[in-house]
Design a protein around this ligand. Sequence first.
Ligand SMILES: Nc1ncnc2c1ncn2[C@@H]1O[C@H](COP(=O)(O)OP(=O)(O)O)[C@@H](O)[C@H]1O
Ligand SMILES: [Mg+2]
Length: 420
Amino acid sequence: MTPPRPADSSASDRSETDVSIDRVSVVGSARDEAGSHEQQGEPEGRSGRRNPPRSSRARRREEQAVPVSQPAESKWSISGALAALGRDMAVDLGTANTLVYIKGRGVVLDEPSVVALDQRTGAIVAVGTAAKQMLGRTPDGIVAIRPLKNGVVSDFETTERMLRYFIQKVHGRRTLAKPRLVICVPSGITAVEQRAVKDAGYAAGARRVFVIEEPMAAAIGAGLPVHDAEGSMVVDIGGGTTEVAVISLGGIVTSISARVGGDQLDDAIVHHVKKEYSLLLGERTAEDIKIRLGSAFPTRNEPQAQVRGRDLISGLPRTVVLTSEEIRRALHDPVTAIVDAVRTTLDRTPPELAGDVMDSGIALTGGGALLTGLDERLRHETGMPVQVAQDPAGCVALGTGRCVEDFEALKPVLLAESRY
Ligand SMILES: Nc1ncnc2c1ncn2[C@@H]1O[C@H](COP(=O)(O)OP(=O)(O)O)[C@@H](O)[C@H]1O
Ligand SMILES: [Mg+2]
């Protein structure tokens, strides 16, 4: 577990986050060595699928993106290249997924933040979707890594290479005019890491690089009135972090960045199955179980699923049947940590703004917002209205994208302006 980071100088209340980070890191200790053994098979039960898989969400986002996204093939056509010429871009550099938005076109890339490297030469073998498929399946000499896994830039060089790869994939090197770039980063990253991300943007060919904090981008993407003299609360649950913030008059008033997110939910499932069934699961199998069976509150539809893993004693593949109820119990600690982050933020919110949140409610964004019953659980625990944003996993990219569409109007919400 990475130790808590020092406070980001841009937000005076950020140091408060350490309290929650400490608490969350206890939860994170559920992680064990199973991840390195990886999966032996996919869960087989299909009856339990209640949330759409990411690919269909991405497809829906393309349909919804305003302006409409181009079909992927056109990216490489001459007209596609010309259309992208010098266009400003936005990047959601997430711990689990990276999304790229091009001005006037919408989200054009949505891939896992994973890089596969040849350990001997250091060469990149695959990036994004292809690299995620390799997680846990790599032969000797190749490693698939998630450089932002815990919400910090733990592996700067790989982060930079990944960012450059994605930007160049959509933009190409054929441009005459260099674009402006807005990058959204987890709000827990240090000033040094922020600098590093900006440098990666310049190295990838940007003319100017601006950084926006994740909760602000998420709130804009969820359509909250961030500029009004009214408190809006957003909870973004990503892969490695949960960002909770109250925003008013274009600024973050109170925020917490807790090191708990979808990854810790996956880890909790791996831990549970190992303890109860002496079975090792890979992290991708655990994620699949979370999506199919996981919940934060009892629901009417409580499916079961057959899951295959590797028996710890015999070393052979074995199948067990898991129920929604036991997975909900397994997820108890990290889900409670997410709820606590929301409650603590509400506790620290000035009364006038808390009153506004009571009226307007809490917006949930990030892929983790799709966990079944999380909205209901938060409603139950806080007494506030809670809404899952439309296309939660795309909110940050759409919010960052709003900044490149309407650059001057949204400039005040960006963290830094110049290169030097
Ligand atoms: N239907 C779902 N139910 C529960 N969790 C989900 C679902 N879909 C995606 N997730 C989780 O959301 C997380 C990724 O969310 P995302 O917002 O893309 O993260 P980040 O911004 O950190 O890259 C992953 O942990 C993934 O397992
Ligand atoms: Mg995110």
